[in-house]
Ligand binder design. Structure first.
Ligand code: 5AD
Ligand code: SF4
Length: 479
């Protein structure tokens, strides 16, 4: 790696990364920040004072792209006021027509790069700083050749107590509406040893919770050497002599000392195996929360979407999860207004919502993404109908979420502190094992991010619950 520090002769150029989209992008941003810090750049307090402004973009829906364009037009004016380097990376430029648009219509962008070559950001910056190059547009197809960037300094992680760990890249599922397989490339699992080494390093850095990340973690198949295999697992989990399955990886991650909570996302319902349910049940540090995108409740729409499960299969899986772990929280993603969706199809979505009783959901209106199979559909749903369905969906979801939270009132649950909200009043933001957002106060004891605290729940809202540290409650000092 080239060392910019000597060349910049003490001028510590600062950078600011603005991230859009999913947890994969957030982790990518942390890695890019780590790379930049390793070569002598420093994180800026705000975008307005940064020497280098980086947009890590998302293209999963048009609204995400519109947001970026809104900001870019402001960056163009800002560049006229003060000099800084503007770099646009991530999923948006990974679409060829978008790369062309950025090249031709957004020439004020100094660097345009994709998901497949983010590790080359220092080189692109070098070319701008040293050679005065402008409007570098460099996109590598997919992510299959992407080298790992695991040696990220701890200072660049968004949270001190928790971190995402990529276990695989890309997606092979080609859901008809989704751009991800085109911009993130083919599915590729990291070797189990590499994943474990990263988790161990994070644990040594004080991380207490990890989130194993992939577009479809259930189809993880990573290389593993015989010496680290969990030989006690039954045959279906130990699928192949040289490849670890996701349940086996969970068992291995569970062995890493210092890690108190393990989460994972995202799970595709079609690949959710009994072995995975078994591993979740047996391993106490694996959180009882599954993010299980439904997308649609109608079997016909699901087939159109290329999802490879029916309404009944989804319901049966949810039932199996509740039977194995009654306390589990199932959250989901739902799209309304997919081309051809009838009122009856939409009723199926509402029916699944009522029956599964989701603990939370990301809800979306279908957004046409050019290059995907669904983009050729002509039976589009009028915007007004899609909006109405969206509102009906949230009207169905929210009371269920509230009722689920209300059922926690009076319970004492272990939460992991995420953030000290207010030192003076000892107010904390935390998460339950099932990912419930918990606000609590603690008159006695001071906590830091990563601490696990028993909390008595007193109040329930749709998106969070609140209460007080159980030790206070037991001392009767809590109202
Ligand atoms: N339109 C609307 N929502 C989409 N998603 C993916 N592609 C689209 C699209 N074209 C949603 C899916 C996915 C989540 C990450 O984004 O619900 O699970
Ligand atoms: Fe997109 Fe489907 Fe892959 Fe998820 S599983 S990233 S929705 S193609």
């Amino acid at each position: 790696m080239k060392d910019f520090r000597a060349l910049l002769a003490g001028k510590n150029l600062s950078f600011f990364i603005r991230t859009y989209g999913c947890q994969m992008n957030e982790r990518d941003s942390e890695k890019m920040a780590g790379l930049l810090e390793q070569i002598g750049f420093v994180a800026a307090k705000s975008k307005d004072v940064a020497d280098i402004v980086i947009y890590n973009t998302c293209c999963v829906r048009e609204s995400a792209e519109d947001k970026v364009f809104g900001h870019l037009s402001r960056e163009k004016s800002a560049k006229a006021q003060r000099p800084f380097i503007l770099a646009i990376g991530g999923c948006m430029p990974q679409q060829p027509e978008m790369a062309d648009l950025l090249r031709e219509k957004h020439k004020y962008a100094d660097i345009v790069f994709g998901t497949g070559n983010r590790h080359r950001l220092p080189e692109f910056l070098w070319r701008v700083i040293e050679n005065g190059e402008r409007n570098i547009v460099d996109i590598t197809e997919g992510e299959n050749e992407l080298p790992e960037i695991t040696d990220v300094p701890v200072t660049t992680r968004e949270f001190s107590h928790k971190a995402g760990v990529n276990i695989m890249y890309g997606c092979d599922n080609f859901c008809s509406y989704c751009i991800v397989p085109y911009v993130r490339g083919r599915e590729k699992s990291r070797a189990a040893e590499d994943v474990l080494a990263e988790i161990r390093a994070l644990a040594d850095d004080g991380v207490r919770e990890i989130m194993l990340l992939g577009q479809n973690v259930n189809s993880y198949r990573g290389k593993i050497c015989e010496s680290v295999r969990v030989v006690s697992l039954p045959a279906p989990t130990l699928q192949n002599d040289s490849l670890a399955s996701f349940p086996e990886l969970l068992h291995l991650a569970h062995e890493v000392e210092g890690i108190k909570r393990i989460r994972f996302m995202t799970s595709h319902p079609k690949d959710f195996s009994d072995e995975l349910i078994d591993a979740m049940q047996k391993l106490p540090n694996v959180c009882k929360h599954v993010h299980l995108p439904l997308q649609a409740g109608s079997t016909r729409v699901l087939a159109d979407m290329n999802r490879f499960y029916t309404k009944e299969q989804y319901l049966a899986l949810a039932e199996k999860l509740y039977a194995a772990m009654p306390e589990i929280a199932i959250t989901t993603d739902i799209i309304v207004g997919y081309p051809g969706e009838t009122d009856e199809d939409f009723e199926d979505t509402l029916d699944v919502v009522r029956r599964v009783r989701f603990a939370g959901a990301f809800t979306f209106i279908y957004s046409k993404r050019s290059g995907t199979p669904a983009a050729t559909r002509t039976d589009l749903i009028p915007r007004k109908t899609a909006n109405e369905r969206f509102d009906r969906l949230t009207a169905e979801l929210y009371p269920i979420m509230t009722a689920r939270n209300e059922s926690k009132i009076g319970q004492i649950i272990d939460v992991m502190v995420e953030e000290v909200r207010d030192d003076a009043s000892n107010a904390y933001k935390a998460r339950g094992d099932d990912h419930t957002l918990v606000h609590f106060t603690a008159e006695t004891g001071e906590f830091v991010a990563g601490d696990i605290v028993p909390v008595r729940i007193d109040v329930a809202k749709t998106f969070y619950v609140s209460g007080c540290a159980a030790s206070d409650f037991l001392r009767k000092s809590c109202n």
